[in-house]
Design a protein around this ligand. Structure first.
Ligand SMILES: [Zn+2]
Length: 465
């Protein structure tokens, strides 16, 4: 039973919660927007856009409904049945060029049996919202959506258009972005900035240690190596059979290390994280270019996977195939190499050098993916300084640095249009949470969604004044 006085207290509390009294700042009812962010995040994660097959038309319709509700101009492009992109725009006065908030709406597949919860349930457990895409990258897409709503309802007059772009198929072939660039580039190609995935932050012992803004990615240059030779019965070995030649070639590849190259952005990264290290690493990182001249140091550093890929073109031997039967010597054997090139590298030169290492003209090496030249964005921009400044305001001890990704993001496609593209998201995750990306139990903390809503909006609002 509730007494009158208690009822009054509860009524007062309800009023406070509903209007965010006590939390309002700059007149914005943050509690209400943050509640909304959590609710929309759960709804977004419940839409299954596993790619293949993608089915992004469903997420496009979901987002359209929200944009329509807030009277934000938007359009869906269903470029083939079930596959769709969505663009939404809030117009500025045009004195500055637009900013694009880019997110892919597809997710990689999930193996429900390996998860603690249904990967498309969007449930909240232990203060985290679970679902495939929570970090890669519906979570960031949700921050973009909330930013659009906040800009529309609460923001100051805009100097530039703020564009939301949700795309299909990033996880497989980039069909969505490639289609937009080929057919609808007029809608966004004059943009100055683009924000998307790729930021790499570190939360340790509850505090934000590193905020990494992705300004460059390595480029996949996938190769298939094929050796051919005399086939035969396994009982009568052929000394230079296809398989034997292939194995010798692979050995030569493994024995030859690609040269260490220090790009200016990577040099900056080591300098930025130097203060977080213990001696002697601290001094060695601070003057990394000099330190790398010491072969012992270079060897030790590149033996760590997290650092090695930053410093060289890498080769991973992945798919292998030869005979289908134990007693058959095949006439051909192949292996695929997942090669990742540093920005600025020439694939032709890499291929030539690799063929020299293989030193067997009968072995064929061919490129088997659509090579996209690696590129990077400058850091001496208003947007980069703003992200750094805002991060420092919120997390004074955090190190803000540039990060080159080992993986690929769509930034690469948009940089070709002359747009400055950064990977940045104000989600601060532990290494354990990061394992959910393309792994099991992908989740984002409720705290990240709530605070991220505000932090993302504040950067976009500021850059668009
Ligand atoms: Zn992604």
């Amino acid at each position: 039973m509730i007494t009158i006085s208690k009822r009054m207290v509860i009524a007062a509390l309800v009023v406070c919660v509903a209007y965010g009294i006590g939390n309002a700042q700059n007149g914005i009812d943050w509690v209400r927007y943050q509640d909304m962010a959590v609710d929309l995040m759960q709804q977004y994660l419940r839409i299954n856009t596993s790619n293949p097959p993608g089915n992004e038309i469903q997420t496009a319709r979901f987002l359209k409904k929200v944009f329509d509700q807030y009277d934000i101009q938007n359009e869906i492009f269903e470029y083939k049945p079930g596959r769709a992109n969505i663009i939404a725009r809030i117009k500025g006065n045009g004195s500055k060029r637009p900013i694009i908030l880019l997110s892919h709406m597809d997710v990689v597949t999930a193996e429900p049996a390996s998860w603690e919860v249904d990967p498309f349930s969007g449930v909240i457990k232990n203060n985290s919202i679970y679902g495939r895409g929570a970090l890669d990258m519906k979570g960031e897409g949700l921050l973009h959506l909330m930013t659009m709503i906040l800009v529309k309802r609460e923001g100051p007059p805009l100097s530039r258009d703020v564009i939301f772009l949700g795309t299909a198929d990033e996880e497989v072939n980039d069909e969505g972005s490639l289609w937009m660039i080929a057919n609808k580039a007029d809608l966004f190609k004059n943009a100055e900035y683009l924000l998307t995935e790729g930021g790499d932050n570190l939360l340790e012992d509850g505090s934000v240690k590193i905020v990494g803004v992705d300004i460059a990615e390595k480029a996949p240059f996938w190769l298939r190596v094929t050796a051919t030779g005399l086939p035969g019965h396994g009982s009568r070995p052929v000394a230079d059979s296809a398989t034997n030649r292939l194995i010798r070639a692979m050995n030569r590849i493994l024995d030859r290390e690609t040269p260490v190259k220090l790009l200016p952005a990577v040099e900056q990264f080591f300098k930025d994280i130097a203060p977080l290290q213990r001696e002697p690493l601290r001094s060695q990182f601070a003057k990394i270019r000099e330190s790398l001249n010491d072969p012992t140091f270079a060897k030790a550093l590149t033996s760590q996977r997290d650092f090695n890929f930053l410093l060289r073109n890498t080769i991973s031997i992945t798919m292998l195939s030869g005979s289908k039967q134990t007693n058959v010597i095949p006439n051909a054997a192949t292996c695929n190499l997942d090669v990742r090139l540093l920005p600025g590298e020439s694939p032709d030169e890499f291929l030539k050098a690799l063929k020299d290492v293989i030193a067997d003209p009968s072995i064929k090496v061919e490129n088997v993916n659509r090579f996209k030249p690696p590129n990077s964005s400058p850091i001496d921009t208003e947007l980069f300084s703003l992200i750094a400044r805002k991060t420092k305001e919120n997390y004074p001890t955090a190190v803000v640095t540039t990060k080159m990704l080992s993986g690929y993001t769509e930034s690469q496609l948009y940089r070709q249009l002359g747009i400055v593209a950064y990977g940045w998201v104000p989600f601060y995750t532990t290494p354990e949470e990061d394992e959910g990306v393309h792994g099991n139990n992908e989740r984002v903390s409720v705290k990240n969604v709530r605070q991220g809503t505000r932090e993302f909006y504040e950067v976009v609002k500021e850059i668009s004044r």
